[in-house]
Design a protein around this ligand. Structure first.
Ligand code: NAD
Length: 482
């Protein structure tokens, strides 16, 4: 396969190598081969990016009206759409995800810029009734320079989700994409310059989490941080930001349940249950990694799920399989270790998907796995696997379903499948989750829907108008005029 030219940071509108001259190899998850390199940036590169963002915020970008900002973002959305095929191929190669999923992700990224472009000049503050002879305005103003630490599972989508909202609100951005996947954010940031975004308004600094990421999280020149990734790293980012009293939005994943009642429409539900764990090889914060099945239909549902799992094809993303490779050797080792621990603890393998014959032996493949009989307290029943492993549990009635659904440290998303409208709403009220879907599922799209967690899934909301508000703060102006 073709090797790409080395990738560079984008700082102050210029493509630059890391000041220290170091690089990181970029590996294709489909075959384990290196196909380009990234800059391995350090504190000095982050300092330069933050300074460029600050200058843009006080300069040409900060002087643009909200309508002008919206027009630039709308143009960027159009450029992403024009480059759709190229970006989807890049995303597929960089992350290993099936090409059809990569196409959906690029469409969603363009849609984020479109949505927030339209919202830019509809975001306004309030006036507040106060003392006699006074007028009080609560303005919504941007934070200033925002830091964005992006994970590797949906680089284009998560980049679009937080950067489009931050720019629409008038912030200047410094982005640290994940070392395992940052090619599409770099390409889209270059397109942003073509769309008319002033240099410095959007900077991309590549590098390791513990180096460039940690430098960004702890930077005193940052006014807000948006982080998506593991709970452990989220804690480290929030602690570093707390030293500078910088607000943080944390999106940290989940252990989301799909709850099937006996009256559910199984023909509608089961393809969605499968997709919720197989999509992106289970490396999705909102993956439906637990299926809770009412006991009277448990045997029937397990037999249907088994047949569906065994028909799934795992292979290189370019061949449009059902499931692509995992992102890295490290992630494959992690998922294999968790699956082995689940089996050792009594988890029964009900079904395993197929590995296609053309999948290179050097790729990072883990065919989807369906498990039953796992102890409820086991790590795989409680915590993210971040691989295509679905754990099935039986329940008896609404109380039991709600108890099991809430019995993990997480609370990101959930789905309830039933034809009983009252039950659907009772369950939705009782489940601790930032989003509850009734007879459907899919946190990935839904750009218009506020998204974020409860409990250890994090705090703050992204997407929707709510996400835009999160990239602003309130400035109150009180005038006593008599
Ligand atoms: P991670 O949380 O360590 O990485 C996410 C981002 O944080 C990357 O850009 C990384 O470079 C950066 N980072 C890492 N250490 C940092 C630090 N000390 N300071 C600042 N930034 C830092 O995730 P990972 O190690 O790549 O994956 C581990 C697990 O995290 C996965 O198995 C999965 O369970 C979870 N995860 C969740 C999501 C999600 O969407 N919620 C995404 C990726 C990973």
């Amino acid at each position: 396969m073709t090797r790409l030219s080395p990738r560079l940071n984008l700082i102050d509108g210029e493509h630059r190598p890391a000041l220290g001259g170091l690089t990181i190899d970029v590996v294709d998850p489909a075959d384990g081969q290196v196909f380009t390199t990234l800059p391995r940036s350090d504190q000095r590169d982050v300092d330069a990016a933050v300074a460029a963002a600050r200058a843009a915020f006080h300069g040409p970008w900060g002087r643009m009206t909200a309508t002008e900002r919206g027009r630039v973002l709308m143009k960027l959305s159009a450029l992403i759409t024009q480059a759709h095929a190229e970006l989807a191929e890049l995303e597929c190669r960089d992350t290993g995800k099936p090409i059809q999923q990569a196409r959906v992700d690029i469409t969603a990224c363009a849609r984020y810029f479109e949505y927030y472009a339209g919202a830019a000049d509809k975001l306004h503050g309030e006036t507040i009734p106060y003392a006699q002879g006074s007028t009080v305005m609560a303005l919504r103003v941007p934070h200033g320079v925002t830091g964005h630490i992006v994970p590797w599972n949906y680089p284009a989508q998560i980049f679009g989700r937080s950067v489009a909202a931050a720019l629409a609100a008038g912030n200047a951005c410094v982005v640290k994409p994940a070392e395992d996947a940052c090619l599409t954010p770099l390409r889209i940031a270059a397109l942003a310059l073509d769309a008319g975004l002033p240099p410095g308004a959007l900077n991309i600094v590549c590098g390791l989490g513990t180096e460039a990421g940690a430098a960004l999280a702890a930077h005193s020149g940052i006014n807000h941080i948006s982080f998506t990734g593991s709970p452990q790293t989220g804690t480290a980012v929030a602690q570093a930001a707390a030293v500078n009293h910088v607000p943080v939005t944390l999106e940290l994943g989940g252990k989301s349940p799909q709850i099937l009642f006996a009256d559910a429409d199984l023909d509608a539900a089961l393809p969605v249950v499968i997709n919720a764990i197989v999509q992106n090889a289970g490396q999705t914060c909102s993956a439906g990694s637990r299926v809770l099945i009412e006991r009277s239909i448990h045997a029937e549902v397990m037999s249907q799920l088994k047949a569906r799992f065994e028909a799934l094809r795992t292979g290189p993303g370019a061949g449009a399989p059902d499931c692509g490779p995992l992102i890295s050797r490290k992630q494959l080792d992690r998922v294999e270790a968790k699956a082995a621990a689940a089996r050792d603890a009594g988890g029964r393998v009900v079904a395993r998907a197929q590995l296609l014959a053309d999948a290179p032996k050097t790729g990072f493949y883990f065919p989807p796995l369906l498990l039953a009989d796992l102890p409820a307290t086991h790590e795989v029943a409680q915590d993210e696997v971040f691989g295509p492993v679905l754990a099935a549990f039986a329940f008896d009635g609404e109380n039991d379903a709600a108890r099991i659904a809430n019995d993990t440290p997480y609370g990101l998303t959930a789905a309830v499948w039933t034809r009983d409208g009252g039950r659907a709403l009772r369950m939705a009220q009782r489940i601790d989750a930032g989003q509850v879907f009734i007879n459907n599922y899919g946190a990935g799209g839904g750009i218009e829907l506020p998204f974020g967690g409860m409990k250890h899934s994090g705090y703050g909301r992204e997407k929707a108008f709510e996400g835009l508000k999160g990239f602003t703060t309130i400035k109150t102006i009180a005038i006593l005029h008599g």
